[in-house]
Design a protein around this ligand. Sequence first.
Ligand code: NCD
Length: 484
Amino acid sequence: MARSIVSIDDLSNEEIEAIFRLADQYLAEMGTPGRPHRVQGRRRDAESYILATIFFEPSTRTRLSFESAMLRLGGTTISSADPNSSSAVKGETIADTVRVCENYADLLVIRHPHEGAAKVAAEYTSVPVINAGDGSHEHPTQTLCDLYTLRAAQKEKGAAPGIESLRDMNVVIWGDLHHGRTVHSLVFALARFGARIIPLAAPGCEFPEHVQQRLARDYNCFPLSRKDVDSLPEDALPADVLYVTPDQPHQLALISNVWFQLSEKQQASIRSIKSIDAFYSTRLQRERLAPGQQVGEYPVIDSQFLKEKKYRQAQVLHPLPRVDELSYDVDQDQRGVYFKQASYGVPVRMALIAALLELQPSLLGAERKRNYPGYQHADGLECSNSRCVTRQEAERRYLVPKFSIVDANVPILRCAYCDHEQRPQAVGRASTHKYTTELAEWQQIHAQDLVFFLNEQQALNAGYQLKKTGRSSSSAALAAQPSE
Ligand code: NCD
């Protein structure tokens, strides 16, 4: 089965470094004289391959850098870049689109407004799929460009070469952290590489709950509470919350009071934060705001702001396009690396394409496995996120909601497509059509037979009856039970 990249988690740390080494090689061999971050010329490695870019949302950098990367590798590109001229306007589903397009190309790069769309695409085709942005969810290849830029900056500062140089970096993530897909993929990667994440959200644009839950659950990466931050020296931090990855894994269920769970060494290292290594600025994602949604004062980076001592070494990154959050007066500053970051899009995407098309031997290993048990059933619970691909009218014709059980005790289900989490309130057996609110019982039910419900009403609506336990049940169920 072809490897696809729909989340940054689809690549291991070692694979990311292998892709970066190949990108280094392309830059060394094809770099433009005087502009070493820009590749020029054409190889022949991919001459028998075609890449398709299928974009249902606007794009300049991502689509063109993918197409440029494929052309520089010697391959050919085809493109459907205008959603209004594709069959989606006629009601075609993602599954049908990719099943058709796999006959025209060897690699599909897809951008779509619905969260989880790239995963659906990957499930319905036999050629590799790359997620070029799925709604507010993820944008893993932008993260590769971001990490590559940070790695290059660290190397210039004298750090040992390699992605490991990101460990203990202090990175401020700036702007619209709620709707921006680039920052979501980026924080998961930063957490994995052991960087400290300092979120500075515009008021009303804080990280969504599912991102915070995933940071905590999957990466052991927790925010310090306000109290903890207040107890730090005054000049230590520029923001309200700091996410840290404890150096010892531990089993925490709660994310408050984390300070006391950290080792002495970790506490000392946080106290010693005196400077910022990088700012990652992002624009307000206006197109994703709810109707009438207001956003507080949006943070702006300009040359005046960068004069502070603690920002002396800070690189300024931005996925672009910028609007007002990053002043043009930073363009002349050595620390503004955002155009380099955009330029790295070509060698990094060349390396990713080469890896997925296996133009280079053994760059990628086997597909990464998730640690959580899966759950899927057509009855019962659906994803709580209305922007999830599983909730869209066209895709509902064939998609069955699918989840990972990320906390077996409670239990907590995470949508396999968009990562939103929820707690079901009832569990049933499909074979008997009985349900119970004793949620721990799910562990005794065979996977094929297991059905989770959002609440009792949903179970009753699906024709399930409350299982008799001898204990008192909730009023909703009693009211709906026929007298026996
Ligand atoms: C970003 C995107 O599309 O998510 N752009 C990009 O791919 N470089 C960021 C944005 O649109 O703000």
